[in-house]
Design a protein around this ligand. Sequence first.
Ligand code: ZN
Length: 277
Amino acid sequence: MTQPDSHKLSLNTATVRQRWKLDQIIEGCARHEIRGIAPWRDQVQALGLKASARLIRHHDLILSGYCRGGMFPGSTPEERREKALDNRRAVDEALELGAPCLVLVVGGLPAGSKDLPGARQQVRDGLSELLDYARPLGMPLAIEPLHPMYAAERACVNTLAQANDLCDELGDAGLGIAVDLYHTWWDPQFQQQIERAGLRRLLAFHICDWLAPTTDMLLDRGMMGDGVIDIRGFRQAVEAMGYTGLHEVEIFSQNNWWQRDPDEVLAICKQRHLEFG
Ligand code: ZN
């Protein structure tokens, strides 16, 4: 088990979103024989939900996840209610697209707040409510822990241990974890926590590289092989738990990959996935 199966590659559409719309991305994946795709909600809305589902099916692509729900905390009950309703719509869309899970970036501090424990409680409550909706419909929810530098603005679930704690508390049915190496590679408990997660909680696996030094906390992700993450080692650790799902490449890169011809980016993704994935 050294090289990854090239059929396991999936493209998170953010990777080429600056230059291509969703229909072009779907067609690009088909052209490059990339079998998996993880579309974003705004792109699906732009193309139309039914048209997106049809085009994905037409090209025999499969989803590695749907991006994304979450952002639970809010300053007022009304704001939280609005977010809850929007998350339900995201579940419905994920079902229509045939996604294996809805990926959740859970949200950070509400505007003006310094109450991190309170934000985490709001995440727990929002997640619990969304589970009540998603479970009977059969749409799994995947909690994606984000690197701690995102705790204020994007996600106050920052470690695999926190995600496992939420699964323990809320129950495993229809709930699991999206393991993104960009966010979790530094975690000294990585191995221990994926063992604790076990196969049933491992719903998605996202890859890219951590550039050293990194120049932007959001938009400077690296292509596999250009940074310091032992992607192959982590991939093998996750697959040793029985994970057989796709390897989703998700690269936000304002000054490099987003500037390039998307056909070139896809070709390099494929090659680097084989070399380093
Ligand atoms: Zn991710």
